[in-house]
Design a protein around this ligand. Structure first.
Ligand code: C5P
Length: 301
């Protein structure tokens, strides 16, 4: 999360993420699943803007960023009511800190929703971190992490300020990971999305035995050839059984000269690992020409 402070206003960038490795370890009695996942933030950002308010009202306006891809994601798909994670984060933080100040927020959306790219969670983290500064609350990182955990499993990752991390538990236990180099990606998202709880309901924990430490070693050692062979997402198979578009994307990527590919999070976004940004742009052009409605070239730092 990056901040650009200004008098009486503040703008915060909320990055998207990709899951490079996602193992569902076990189903828990509280309805969640224990995970081992490696997440990396990428250079695709929502923007959250805060302006002071004369009243104690907390308000949010959601705007879809104009881009050639934006037609696929209508503004109606983003909740703007009390269940929006940005509003929930703002009310939770104000209640916790015992404040009364209001704020006028504008969220500019670029990250597709229901795509497994953490857009809602990142926006929530941007609200927590941004309002902690904007309202001058001086809450500690530990306090904010606790609030993040109440908002969603991935929110803590985005509070961290590190671009890559191993996340365990239901995703809230974040161990930063230093990447020696940037990774390059091409990302595709079909017209349809997927519901995270629905995908988790259909997964079979522990189906594939893969080692997180081997994956992390390949990342740290810059062994890209090995890393792409160890990519894993245990949610991909249930997502493919629920959504034909994900299966179609996998089949498209199978025919493309990427180093490796898989779905991110609970889908439906799908990424290919590329050797360079030039390579990623070349694959992106081929995906767009084949009719994929949303295609993006990104890197991990
Ligand atoms: O934590 P978050 O609100 O993002 O989770 C949404 C839903 O996804 C949960 O209610 C749960 O059904 C599922 N989930 C899970 N295990 C996780 C994370 C999410 O089962 N580790």
């Amino acid at each position: 999360m990056l901040c650009q402070p200004a008098i009486r206003s503040l703008t915060v960038l909320a990055p998207a993420k990709l899951n490079l490795f996602l193992r569902v370890v076990r189903r828990r009695s509280d309805g969640f699943h224990d995970l081992e996942t490696v997440m990396t933030a990428i250079n695709l950002f929502d923007t959250l803007h805060f302006e002071s308010s004369e009243t104690s009202e907390i308000s949010l306006r959601v705007v879809m960023a104009q881009s050639r891809n934006s037609h696929s994601f209508p503004a109606e798909s983003i909740p703007t009511g009390a269940d929006n994670l940005v509003l929930r984060a703002a009310h939770l933080l104000r209640e916790y800190a015992g404040g009364t100040a209001g704020v006028r927020m504008t969220l500019v959306k670029r990250i597709p929703s229901a795509a497994g790219m953490g857009g809602g969670s990142s926006d929530a983290a941007a609200a927590l971190g941004g309002l902690n500064r904007f309202w001058n609350l001086a809450r500690t990182r530990v306090e904010l992490l606790d609030l993040a955990g109440q908002l969603g499993s991935d929110v803590g990752f985005f509070l961290g300020g590190r671009s890559t991390a191993i996340c365990r538990g239901r995703g809230e236990l974040v161990e930063p990971l230093e990447l020696p180099t940037c990774l390059h990606f091409v990302i595709a998202r079909p017209a349809s999305g997927l519901s995270t709880p629905e995908v988790f309901r259909h997964c079979r924990p522990g189906d594939k035995q893969r080692s997180l430490s081997e994956f992390v070693d390949s990342l740290k050692g810059q062994r890209l050839d090995r890393m792409v062979r160890l990519l894993l997402n245990d949610l991909q198979s249930p997502a493919e059984s629920l959504n034909e578009d994900v299966k179609n994307l996998r089949q498209k990527f199978d025919l493309l000269p990427v180093l490796g590919h898989q779905m991110s999070g609970s889908g439906t976004s799908y990424f290919g690992v590329c050797a360079s940004s030039r390579h990623a742009r070349m694959i992106a052009a081929r995906l767009s020409a084949s009719g994929v409605p949303w295609v993006y070239v990104a890197r991990s730092c």
